[in-house]
Design a protein around this ligand. Sequence first.
Ligand code: FAD
Length: 417
Amino acid sequence: MDAQRPGVAAAAWPALTVAIVGAGQAGGWAAQTLRQEGFNGRVVLIGDEPYAPYERPPLSKGVLAGEAAPGSTALMKPEAFDALRLDWRPGTRVSRIEPAAKRLRMADGENIAYDQLILCTGGRARPLGVAGADHVTVHTLRTLDDAIALAPALAPGRRVIVIGGGWIGLEVAATARHKGANVTLIESQGRLCERTVPREMSAHLLALHRSHGTRVLLGAAIQNLAAHADGSCTVTLSSGERILGDTLVAGIGMVPNDELARDAGLACDGGVVVDAHCRTSDPHIFAAGDVAVTPNPWAGRRLRLESWQNAQQQGMAAARAALGLDVDYQPLPWFWSDQHGMNLQIVGFPMPAHRVVVRGQPGAPGSVLFYLDGDVVQAALGTNAAKDLRFARRLIEQRRPIDAQRLADTTIPMARM
Ligand code: FAD
């Protein structure tokens, strides 16, 4: 059990209010953790979506495919959620934080006073800033409602255009192909997932999607969009090529919802800046999840992580910090994606300066790419290799030198490393 910080005595808890803005994954975990730590004061959970906290990864996978019910994404069973005894405000938007008064102002005019505040406002889909986009139905995928609206539009034979070759775009393209749609994916960069995976993996992703019949265009700039009376649309590329589609999906990243924090004068830098105690520049305000910019020793800099694991773990850490418990949040990043039956997992930060050691055939099931600094493993990327990635995580955490030849030798089980 962590030592308690001075100033937030547990004896005072019954009289305190902890408010959480944003009822997504980080907010849900923060609420749950407050109770698990024994906090018996008031917990106000405010979310502008109509749903209790849910998980987003299934939105681009099972929910979009029609194989998972929307309700199955819930973070907690309804009984467990009720047992938290929250002052729960669904469909409610916070429009302002007044840090000096320690007060939140709701869009409907109500005020809520807090003692400690946790910001878990996540992000929203980046809008497509292309000429003509205002006249075309452009689907994005961030919320359950987005997935419910998009799912029927990915029907057999439909011409689906996906803009963006990052994780969301690729998962949407894979699900659309799985449902029998004809898919064209347009990526402006020279390779897929350029921001997050090394070259070897981009090449594998390209081969995977092409082998499943998706037309992938790389280095393709969109000039404009045009809507047609029957609901279809045309995307014109700067090369002059025109692509006709029935459904258009933009998966071009997310924008952190940090406006509340910025307007309140909190330090922001592409998200809400927090320290290793999840604390913002205001001592009574904490932040977690996709919106938080956190010092990361594994990357050697401050950054914002957009991942399921981080939303959960930082939501928990922020709740503990808000109670005055000692927290030192230094996450080793972990992310996964499922596409065309391939489970890709990345642990750590692969960087261009790292030496790559390949175990197995790159991209083939069971293969792992290790990224080394000298003889020390810094990151690993596995394809259908979940168990080996768990061992890789341990190697990274231990920072022990390792023989690269042994790493590459598939006859030596990872457990023996
Ligand atoms: P969010 O889940 O975005 O929650 C924030 C909530 O705050 C939202 O409900 C928002 O509406 C609300 N809010 C914002 N402003 C206000 C306000 N002013 N007042 C009230 N409420 C407000 N990660 C992986 O590791 N693997 C995956 O395979 C994977 N797949 C994904 C697939 C999709 C389609 C998406 C969208 C994400 C995926 N992720 C995945 C990422 C992961 O889901 C996110 O990192 C995680 O959901 C972030 O949680 P969060 O609580 O920080 O933010």
